[in-house]
Ligand binder design. Sequence first.
Ligand code: NAD
Length: 246
Amino acid sequence: MEATIEQILNIIDNNSDIVFFGGAGISTESGIPDFRSTDGLYNQEYDYPPETILSASFFKSNPKEFYRFYKNKCLKPMLNSKPNATHIALAKLEEIGKLNAIVTQNIDDLHHKAGSKNIYELHGTSFRNYCIRCGKEYSIEDVMSNTEDYMRCECGGIVRPDIVLYEEGLDNSVISKSIKAISEAKVLIIAGTSLIVYPAAGLINYYNGDKLILINKDKVKNEDNIDYVYHGLAGDIFRKVLDKYK
Ligand code: NAD
């Protein structure tokens, strides 16, 4: 059912064992474009759709084009972005013992920067990079400042971000911990995600409770199965959470 901001705030007030499941929409208010909003990366002109460029086979066959897109469209906005009210409020809810875990599809490190501790990054992070030949690690700054067509290690191997590319599987231990957290949650808040990318989106099916909340700008599929739906910005709600608990 459609829910008001007040109803969602009341559920947060009256419960602990909350788990948060988020996606790219959580970071749009920090200036990082998502994929599927009207101003997201899917609605801009490129030679290939983002899903193709950010796939394992494309990375292998065309690392130059991969890095051109990835650096301009993903890394550049991430590098100087700061956590917004939603990231900060979630860190606060964890600190005061209401929130057990954040399960995120994001690769932008903003939950860490906000101070959250128990974070399951389903798709890895752009802030770690490694050589596929020798394993040497590189920072995001190393990757951004590299002027070659694509990043190579001093051993000659190609450097890749520690993110899960399309066509690759998720880390089993991250999946198990996410499933455990979601299945034990009293409240599950889903926010800023189109729930289109699998297997990540399927994890919400492990929730067993009766307080499933969706906070999303646009409609998503199967909203009828969700207990409380708010169509709007995550910041509309979490700015108020922050006011209350800061
Ligand atoms: P998506 O782009 O498919 O969907 C984002 C959803 O968030 C949309 O439904 C949109 O309506 C909603 N939204 C946008 N701004 C919002 C806001 N301020 N408040 C509430 N809702 C908002 O994103 P997805 O489902 O996460 O899937 C995209 C995939 O791409 C993920 O796997 C993710 O790893 C990756 N990605 C990550 C980032 C990042 O790390 N910040 C950015 C882009 C894409």
